[in-house]
Design a protein around this ligand. Structure first.
Ligand SMILES: [Zn+2]
Length: 157
């Protein structure tokens, strides 16, 4: 398995607080924040749609991959997601932090969730490589850099 480590778990909460302090009048008209139930439903639909896209792009269509929205109690401390796979069955489960545990505006939350999905898929892509306790940190760093580059390309359009 492999998890997505948050560089600072208080980060999303802090930025949400800072945003809340900026007077709303300075912003162009924005879409109202959905209710927490709608947030959850839309987030799950969104991450599953993005999973299909990134699974194809990373040529992982022969894997059966599902997403489970998860609370911090189901994740390792200071992580935003993880992936467990069975190489023989070619099946994997990606855990993504549940929307109710996010303290980010809706749009930023979706983008962060997508980052987790891409991050975990890259781990899956690398899963056939040899791995040791010593290489884990380096893998984590490399996976973050690649996910960041892919998402920047994707969002440039
Ligand atoms: Zn990771």
């Amino acid at each position: 398995m492999s998890g997505r480590v948050s560089p600072g778990f208080s980060g999303p909460f802090l930025s949400a607080v800072i945003l809340a302090l900026i007077p709303a009048a300075g912003f162009p008209e924005t879409v109202p924040e959905p209710s927490s139930h709608d947030r959850a439903v839309q987030a799950e639909t969104y991450v599953n749609a993005r999973l299909v896209v990134w699974q194809q792009r990373l040529n992982l269509q022969d894997w059966k991959i599902s997403i489970v929205m998860s609370h911090p109690s189901d994740l390792k401390p200071k992580t935003l997601g993880n992936i467990h796979w069975d190489a023989d069955k070619k099946s994997a489960v990606i855990r993504v932090l549940d929307s109710s545990d996010y303290r980010l505006p809706f749009r930023e939350m979706l983008e962060d969730m997508e980052f987790t999905v891409v991050h975990e898929l890259i781990h899956l892509e690398l899963s056939s490589l040899p791995r040791s306790e010593a290489s884990r940190r380096d893998e984590e760093h490399a996976v973050n850099q690649i996910a960041d580059a892919l998402l920047k390309l994707d969002r440039k359009k």
